[in-house]
Ligand binder design. Structure first.
Ligand code: ADP
Ligand code: MN
Ligand code: MN
Ligand code: MN
Length: 334
């Protein structure tokens, strides 16, 4: 008997990469190994030297095909087996290893928007739905669009063994969130990318497209972020390192904003539960801050911080690398 291995990788599309996938039929007992693809069709190579290499980094049960079938998340290499320029995982691993003693951990809240026929799911053909207010964490046919997809996606993540923690309907109609964590880098990136693939694949069955656009509808409609919750061992044990981490993030704000996803200035306007992109601040319970310290964390005097700046379309390998580097390079451990 044979089984199916769905190879999944991140391409070179600008300004935001896309996921690509193809199926490999393997014989029973055969492990998913190195494979290749045509990089000239994914913005990763010129036609004259088109071969790129896929190396498996995470293999999980395929919750959609079931049986012995698997999903194979890959990193992209050049034919000399060095990381492809679009491979952001390699740099993430390097930083994770450098600061391993700090034990960095992440939980990411991935927001996204369903689209069908060129407009957000549940929106009227002409005009707009009723203004924001009732949709966040709502129930009922007037407010909710796409829950069947969300249900299937959540169960698929569980069946694949991903560390999904929860889901909720978001502030804009047709917009949702799932959370994954708490995981070390690069596992947080691996799982977010795989969960994004599962979502896009399941939505396909409904003729629905998943948009990670940071501001899918201009105007008085919420954008879509990927709030990134972060802690080190020190932060999980006491409060001063949390404040120090916020200060360190403030000193390196520009580099983070530049790398937190395409269109971030359109989303971080200062309205719609965001802080303006060019004015870093942090605060307890403050959903209008760049970085929020949750109230329980201030109360317990230990825990984690929430970086609210990353876009829905941010690359979690890049975000987790930057936060780890910025915070841990400014901290000393005994
Ligand atoms: P919000 O109130 O911002 O919507 P959520 O409940 O959606 O919060 O998400 C909270 C996130 O915080 C989860 O992704 C979870 O993994 C993360 N988190 C909790 N504890 C830690 C920790 N010690 N370190 C890093 N992340 C954490
Ligand atoms: Mn949330
Ligand atoms: Mn949210
Ligand atoms: Mn949040």
């Amino acid at each position: 008997m044979s089984y199916q291995a769905e190879y999944i990788w991140i391409d070179g599309t600008e300004p935001s990469p896309m996921l690509r996938c193809k199926t490999n039929i393997l014989k029973d007992g055969e492990e998913p190994g190195i494979w290749g693809f045509d990089g000239s069709s994914t913005n990763q190579a010129p036609g004259s030297a088109s071969d790129c290499v896929l190396r498996p980094v995470l293999i999980v049960p395929d919750p959609l095909r079931g049986g012995k079938n698997v999903l194979v998340l890959c990193e992209v290499l050049l034919t000399d087996f060095t990381p492809h320029p679009t491979n952001t995982r390699a740099a993430c691993i390097e930083v994770a290893e450098r600061y391993a003693a700090h034990e960095p951990m992440f939980g990411i809240e991935q927001e996204y928007t369903f689209f069908r026929d060129g407009r957000p799911l549940g929106w009227p053909e002409i005009g707009f739905p009723a203004p924001q207010g009732p949709y966040y964490c709502s129930v009922g046919g007037d407010y909710i669009a796409g829950r069947d997809i969300v249900e299937r996606h959540t169960q698929a993540c569980i069946d694949a063994g991903l560390s999904i923690e929860g889901t909720n309907a978001e502030v804009m109609k047709g917009q949702w969130e799932f959370q994954i964590g708490v995981l070390a880098p690069p596992a947080i990136g691996d799982q977010i990318w795989l969960a994004r693939w599962l979502l896009a694949r399941i939505a396909e069955d409904y003729g629905v497209q998943v948009s990670l656009d940071a501001k899918p509808v201009a105007g008085d409609w919420n954008g879509a972020g990927a709030h990134t919750n972060f802690s080190t061992k020190q932060m999980r044990e006491s409060y001063d390192p949390i404040v120090a981490a916020c200060e360190a993030l403030g000193k390196n704000a520009d580099e983070h904003i530049e790398n937190y996803g395409h269109g971030i200035r359109n989303r971080l306007t200062g309205a719609h539960e965001t802080a303006p992109w060019d004015r870093f601040n942090y605060g307890v319970s403050n959903r209008g801050a760049s970085v929020r310290i949750p109230w329980q964390v201030e109360k317990n005097k230990k825990g984690y911080l929430e970086d609210r700046r990353p876009n829905a379309n941010a690359d979690p390998y890049v975000v987790s690398r930057l936060i780890t580097e910025t915070v841990c390079s400014a901290a000393t451990i005994d």
